[in-house]
Write a protein that binds this ligand. Sequence first.
Ligand SMILES: C[S@@+](CC[C@H](N)C(=O)[O-])C[C@H]1O[C@@H](n2cnc3c(N)ncnc32)[C@H](O)[C@@H]1O
Ligand SMILES: [Zn+2]
Ligand SMILES: [Zn+2]
Length: 284
Amino acid sequence: MSFCSLGIINPLQSMQVYCQNEPACSCCSKTDIKLQVCSKCQFAKYCNTDCQKKHWPVHKKVCQAWMPIGILVKKSLSKSNSIFPLIISQASSRLTKVTPLLTELFNQKVQGEKWALDLGCGYGASTMHLLQLGWKVIALEKNPKAIAEIQNSNQAYLKTNQLIVINRNIQDYDYSKKVSLVVITDVISYIDPKLIRGIWEKIYGVLEDDGHLIGSIFSKGGVAQEALESQGAWLLNSQEEVESILDSEQAYKKLVCRRRPKRDKSCVVEFHLQKQVSSPYKEK
Ligand SMILES: C[S@@+](CC[C@H](N)C(=O)[O-])C[C@H]1O[C@@H](n2cnc3c(N)ncnc32)[C@H](O)[C@@H]1O
Ligand SMILES: [Zn+2]
Ligand SMILES: [Zn+2]
C-alpha cells in the first residue's frame, strides 16, 4: 500500500514525509520491482542481494539498532492469526495521569503560537496539561469514546481552535502540520511492530527543527510486565534496547531516558529527545 495515497490534506506539504515510506530499494531507490525485506530489521528493502551487500556498510548500524523490533515483526508474522491489531488497546479509565516527564519538563506558560501533537492521547490528560499552559494541541486517538469525552469537556478550546481533535489511527494520520512537540506516551507498544519504524520516520518529519519528542516504550523487567503482555502489548527486552532505537540514526539529542519513577521497578521507559537540525536522518 502506498502511503502517498492515504488521506492527505495537502499533498505538496506532506509528500516528502510520506514518500520516505514508498517501497523503494534502500540502496538504489528503484521502485518498480519486487523488493525483498532485510531479514534482520524487517524494514530496509532491496531489489536483490547485490543491492543489499552494497548497502550493508551504511545500513549495518541502524539495522542492528532496530533488530529487536525486527524480531517482534517476525514473531507476529509467524503467528497464523496475528495478534495485531489488538482488541484490548484502549485506555481503560478516564483518569489517566499525565506522564511525570511531561509535567517535569513542561510546566511554564508558552509565549506565541506553539503546536503540540498528542498521539494516542487517550482521555487527554497530557493534552489538557498542555492546553492549560497555552499550547495549541492536535489530539489524536483511535477510541471514539475517549474522543467524545475530550470534545465534551473542552468546548472552549475547540471554539478558539486551540484544540484540534482527530479520531484516527496513528498510522493513518497525514503528519502535514509541523509541530514543536510530539507526545506519544504508553502507546507505541500497542501498535503492530511492523508499523513502528514508519511511524518513527513520520514523527521525525512532523517535528520542527529543535522540536521535542516525549514518549515511552514498555520494556521487560518491571512489575507490570504480565499485565501489559496480557493486554497484547509488546515489550522490548531491556532499557538498552529502547536506547539503541532512540540513538539509531543520530536524528535526536537524547536528553532523558529512564524508567518511569515509581515505587517498584517500572516497565515504562520514558524518554525526552530533541530533533537534531544538522544530522542526516536517512542512512544515505
Ligand atoms: C495506555 S493509553 C495511553 C493514553 C495517553 N497517551 C497517556 O499517556 O495517558 C493508550 C492509548 O493509545 C490508543 N491507541 C492505541 N493504538 C493506537 C493507534 N494505532 N492509533 C491511535 N491510538 C491508538 C488507545 O486507544 C489508548 O487510548
Ligand atoms: Zn536496488
Ligand atoms: Zn536491516
